[in-house]
Design a protein around this ligand. Structure first.
Ligand SMILES: [Zn+2]
Length: 303
C-alpha cells in the first residue's frame, strides 16, 4: 500500500506562560521538537509548537491502548483498572487528610477523567461525581459504566457547574502539562469551585531528583507531542498563587502497578529482573506502590 505523505503541521512560536517573556533558549530537542527555557523565569516548554487547536486531536482510541506506551499514551488503561482504583483511593485519602471541610455530599469534578476511575472513588466517598475528557472513546467507556461524564474541556465543565452548582473538589491529574494555556485552565477551575473548595493538581516535576539525574533522558520529555510544559514546583506554585489559590499541601504522586508490569519495565534495564519477572506470573495480580518522586501533587484552596 502506498503511503500518502502527511502535510507537515504548521508550528507557532509562543511566549512564556509564567512570566509572559518572549525570549527563550533551546536546551535540547526530542524528535525535532525544540524544548526551551524562558530567559526570564526559566519555565521549560516546547517552542515552537503546534497551534493550540491541534492538541485535542492526539487523544483518540489508540491513546488508551497504545502499541507503544513509552512514546504515546497508556499500555492498557482498561486492563489496569484495579491498580488505578487503588492509586486513586490512596490519593483521595491524602486529600481528605488535608481538606478542611468534609467532602461527603459535595460536588466532585475530574478534568481529563479518562475512563472515570476517579469518579468511582469519589462516589465511594459520598460525593456527587462528574467528569470531562476530550476523548470520545474514553467518555463512551465511562458512560457504559453509568458514570456522569461529558466529552469536552473546561468549557464543558463550566456548563456542568452552571447546571448542578459549584464543586467542592476538582482534580486535574496529569492534564496541565498537555494544555496550551495552563493559567487559563487554573482560572476556569477557580471559577468552578465553591468558596473553600479544593483543587488537586498532579503534573510531572522537572525539579525532582529523578528528572535532574536523567537529564534529557527523563521519561516525561519523551512525548513532546503531548507534554508541552515541564513545570518545576516553583512554576506551578507561582501560577496557582497568581490565580488566587492558597496552597494547602504538597506531596508527590506515585502509583500502584501490577507486579508483573513493574518487573517488565525493570527487566528492560537489568537481567536480574528477568528471572523475577518469570516468577511474577505465579504470584498473580499483586500490585506494588511505585513512587519515583518525579510527579508533584499540589493541593490548594479557593478562599
Ligand atoms: Zn518566563
Amino acid at each position: 500500500m502506498e503511503e500518502v505523505a502527511k502535510p507537515i503541521a504548521k508550528r507557532e512560536r509562543i511566549g512564556c506562560a509564567r512570566c509572559g517573556g518572549r525570549e527563550s533558549r533551546e536546551q535540547f530537542s526530542v524528535r525535532g521538537w525544540p524544548i526551551v527555557d524562558c530567559e526570564s523565569c526559566g519555565l521549560r516548554f516546547v517552542n515552537p509548537r503546534l497551534p493550540a487547536s491541534q492538541y485535542e486531536q492526539v487523544y483518540g482510541p489508540e491513546y488508551f491502548k497504545s502499541p507503544d506506551s513509552l512514546l504515546c499514551g497508556y499500555r492498557d488503561y482498561g486492563g489496569e483498572r484495579a491498580s488505578v482504583l487503588r492509586t486513586f483511593r490512596r490519593r483521595f485519602a491524602w486529600i481528605l487528610k488535608h481538606a478542611r471541610k468534609p467532602l461527603v455530599g459535595g460536588g466532585f469534578l475530574d478534568i481529563g477523567c479518562a475512563f472515570g476511575y476517579a469518579l468511582e472513588v469519589a462516589i465511594e466517598e459520598g460525593m456527587h461525581a462528574y467528569g470531562v475528557d476530550v476523548s470520545a472513546h474514553a467518555t463512551n467507556e465511562a458512560h457504559g459504566r453509568g458514570l456522569r461524564v461529558d466529552r469536552g474541556d473546561t468549557n464543558t465543565a463550566a456548563r456542568i457547574v452552571a447546571k448542578v452548582g459549584a464543586m467542592r473538589l476538582i482534580t486535574s491529574w496529569d492534564v496541565i502539562e498537555h494544555l496550551p494555556d495552563p493559567e487559563t485552565h487554573l482560572r476556569v477551575l477557580w471559577n468552578l469551585l465553591e468558596p473553600g473548595g479544593i483543587l488537586s493538581v498532579i503534573t510531572p516535576d522537572r525539579s525532582s531528583l529523578l528528572a535532574r539525574l536523567f537529564g534529557t533522558g527523563w521519561i516525561e520529555y519523551q512525548k513532546p507531542e503531548e507534554h508541552i510544559y515541564f513545570f518545576r514546583r516553583d512554576d506551578l506554585r507561582a501560577l496557582l498563587d497568581r490565580t488566587g489559590f492558597i496552597l494547602a499541601a504538597e506531596s508527590t504522586a506515585g502509583k500502584y502497578v501490577p507486579l508483573g508490569f513493574a518487573l517488565e519495565r525493570l527487566a528492560a534495564y537489568a537481567k536480574v529482573f528477568r528471572v523475577a519477572k518469570r516468577l511474577a506470573w505465579r504470584v498473580g495480580a499483586q500490585t506494588v506502590y511505585v513512587d519515583p518522586l518525579d510527579k508533584m501533587h499540589l493541593l490548594c484552596r479557593r478562599p
